[in-house]
Ligand binder design. Structure first.
Ligand SMILES: [Zn+2]
Length: 295
């Protein structure tokens, strides 16, 4: 079950729920207004959060979407707030507004490759057979960066992109040094096998390093990261991305180089991360000759 937690003096959040892919929902409260981070994967999901907030005398005024994926936006209408989204997020939501959510349409999109089995099966689990999904167009769309003053609490909302979704946006709460990264640090799960690419990762890490974050929230991680754990992850992604960019680097060679650099054996997670980067490089190599012949 999901529970309400207080993260810092201005931030509450609802813990994630893996079974139906419910992400963490955040609420950042200043003296004048409250900003929600993500709208949840259903009306029921966002309503559960709002009910808990009401008990704390908090009523949300805004919601910002970290990216367009269903589990972050399906509760938008129920949130009953002004919706803020990045340009691409709004574009993808407009595309999704045309989609039907009956079994047949969903299965067809999986077969065509516009959606993946992981999402459609979670949607069926979360929403059952009554899939009355209303997707309003976001009220405010921004391109690069937006600053929001909630009253003695300032939020920076910035588009960072990355492999997971090119519209990924992060929210930094200045007074609390808390960074909501959404799903931005996760790999691209819309290709098989899942992957990271070196270029997109290096660009993402560069942008994320601008924030002096002491507490970091990943949407599908139950554990909140401190600054040290976060830096460790950014370092790992950056180190592997640089090694993968060098020609003739095979998986075992990269493992060996990192083990020498870290002076210890790599764990399962680190090895899996390397595999994800190798997947990205392999797919790029397949695609290159096609691009050349088309030029
Ligand atoms: Zn996502």
């Amino acid at each position: 079950m999901q529970i309400m937690q207080q993260l810092s003096s201005h931030i509450h959040y609802l813990t994630p729920y893996q079974e139906t892919d419910r992400p963490i929902l955040g609420a950042i409260t200043g003296t004048r207004s409250t900003l929600l981070v993500d709208a949840g994967n259903s009306s029921a999901h966002i309503q559960l959060f709002i009910d808990q907030l009401v008990k704390l005398d908090i009523s949300p005024r805004w919601v910002v979407l970290t990216h367009w994926h269903w589990d972050h936006v399906f509760g938008m209408n129920q949130a009953n707030t002004t919706i803020i989204a990045q340009t691409l997020t709004t574009e993808y939501i407009r595309r999704m507004q045309k989609w039907s959510w009956d079994d047949e349409s969903m299965d067809r999109r999986v077969a065509e490759g516009t959606d993946i089995e992981f999402c459609t099966s979670a949607i069926k689990k979360e929403l059952g057979s009554e899939r009355d999904i209303i997707l309003p167009t976001p009220d405010i769309t921004f391109e690069r960066k937006l600053e929001l003053d909630l009253g003695r609490v300032h939020c920076v909302i910035e588009h960072v992109g990355g492999d997971h979704s090119d519209d990924s946006t992060v929210i930094y709460v200045q007074e609390d040094k808390v960074l909501f990264v959404g799903d931005a640090l996760y790999p691209n799960i819309h290709v098989e096998p899942n992957e990271y690419t070196a270029e997109a990762t290096l660009q993402l890490v560069r942008m994320l390093r601008h924030y002096d974050a002491e507490t970091v929230v990943l949407s599908h991680h139950a554990d909140i990261w401190d600054g040290a754990r976060y830096q460790q992850e950014l370092d790992l992604l950056e180190h592997i991305a640089r090694l993968v960019q060098q020609p003739d680097q095979e998986e075992e060679l990269i493992i060996g180089q990192l083990e020498r650099q870290y002076d210890r054996e790599l764990d399962k997670y680190e090895r899996e991360t390397i595999t994800l980067f190798m997947n990205g490089r392999r797919r790029q190599q397949w695609m290159e000759p096609v691009a050349e012949s088309g030029a």
